[in-house]
Design a protein around this ligand. Structure first.
Ligand SMILES: [Ca+2]
Ligand SMILES: [Ca+2]
Ligand SMILES: [Ca+2]
Length: 390
């Protein structure tokens, strides 16, 4: 198959992969093709046109939540193995019936992997990467004896989320990159009891924190990547595909990174080289430790190695335990991220004019570091489940 992806294919793939609905205005502008105003309808119609024989749903026993994770993690597996298109189509029909944006996204992401079969060219070079890695899964638990004793260095931004006031300001206690609470009133309106002092509650509908573009939040310069770590406490009330944070699109396709919490309680990190959305790498955890109903310490670290095998340098963290296993996928050639103009968003991703949000949840103590945290560093932050905010 051809290695070139048409603008239409790319647009649909990105929208579907990242839980956004397809931008009908874009479709009208670029291809004069729009079917009504229902983004799901546009997607399904295009999908049905471009896919041949995935109508049966004999495997529909799989739940929609598991679909969202497995489908989004396997876009390259899909193109290299046609047999899974059946389960894909069943998942899309299942989740189309749901109305929330984050859920409808999971359905779209499944159809995208199928409609992307024309992309399988790039999967050729990546096929070795798309298999589930057998990397080790660290079972080290944070007991008090292993806690780090010093605060991690290279802290870039620190959002304690104790911003209980009649303003929308989200204070960066470390740097100067203050954010703005968006679609949620003033911070006093959504302040809740946190893991450490207070936290911000997100409604799962459209609440998020917008932090204007700042070079300190970019971890690639177009030539090389640099290490980063992002951690926070999260309390999820429902488990559905949602977006923990992103630096992704202010206008056009300005994409740096996005972290999605999958519908099965796993992590999915995607990073992009150049802003076209063509060259990218992704790791989707095959462990799914995230659950609902309690505060959990979530994190991702990246050693900044760059290059096509960059995902080998990514580790996910949950309550002090590291998870390196995952399904690695990608497209094109990856060298490094770029310093673009997208805002950093906590709790949301914007794809062109479409949005996806974190599920109904509370978030506390959001930290960005300019290095790859060690086990001892993470232990210090997790502190046997007590956490520290200073
Ligand atoms: Ca709201
Ligand atoms: Ca707090
Ligand atoms: Ca920038």
């Amino acid at each position: 198959m051809s290695n070139t992806e048409t603008p239409l294919e790319r647009h649909i793939r990105l929208a579907l992969e990242h839980g956004s609905s397809v931008d009908t205005e874009w479709l009208e502008r670029h291809i004069g093709f729009v079917i009504g105003h229902d983004p799901n309808r546009v997607v399904s119609d295009i999908y049905e046109t471009s896919s041949s024989s995935s109508s049966s749903s004999s495997t529909s026993s799989s739940s929609s939540t598991s679909q969202s994770s497995s489908s989004s993690s396997s876009s390259f597996d899909e193109s290299s193995s046609s047999s899974s298109s059946t389960s894909e189509s069943s998942s899309s029909s299942t989740s189309e019936s749901s109305s929330s944006s984050s859920t409808s996204l999971s359905s779209e992401s499944s159809s995208s992997s199928t409609s992307l079969s024309s992309e399988s060219s790039s999967s050729t070079s990546l096929s070795s990467e798309s298999s589930t890695s057998s990397e080790g899964y660290s079972t080290s638990s944070s007991s008090s004896s292993t806690e780090g004793t010093a605060a991690p260095t290279n802290l870039i931004s620190h959002y304690k989320l104790n911003d209980d006031a009649a303003t929308t300001t989200i204070v960066d206690a470390e740097g100067t990159q203050n954010g703005t609470l968006t679609n949620a009133g003033n911070t006093e309106d959504v302040t809740t009891t946190g893991k450490i002092n207070k936290a911000i509650a997100f409604d799962g509908v459209n609440d998020y924190i917008n932090i204007p573009d700042n070079s300190n939040h970019s971890f690639g310069n177009g030539s090389t990547d640099s290490p980063f770590s992002i951690f926070s406490w999260v309390y999820l009330t429902t488990l559905s595909s949602g977006h923990w944070f992103s630096k992704y699109t202010s206008s056009g396709l300005e994409i740096e990174y996005i972290l999605t919490i999958t519908g099965t309680g796993g992590y999915m990190l995607t990073i992009y080289d150049v802003d076209s959305g063509t060259n990218w790498r992704r790791k989707t955890s095959t462990d799914n430790p995230i659950s609902t109903g309690s505060w959990q310490h979530l994190g991702v670290t990246y050693d900044g190695r760059g290059g096509n095998n960059c995902m080998d340098g990514v580790t996910f963290w949950h309550n002090g335990t590291s998870y390196t296993a995952g399904t690695k996928t990608g497209g094109g050639t990856y060298n490094s991220m770029n310093n673009l103009t997208s805002p950093l968003r906590i709790g949301a991703v914007r794809y062109l004019s479409s949005w996806g949000y974190i599920a109904n949840s509370k978030v506390d103590d959001f930290r960005i570091y300019g290095k790859e945290l060690s086990q001892a560093d993470v232990d210090y932050l997790y502190n046997s489940g007590s956490g520290t905010e200073d």
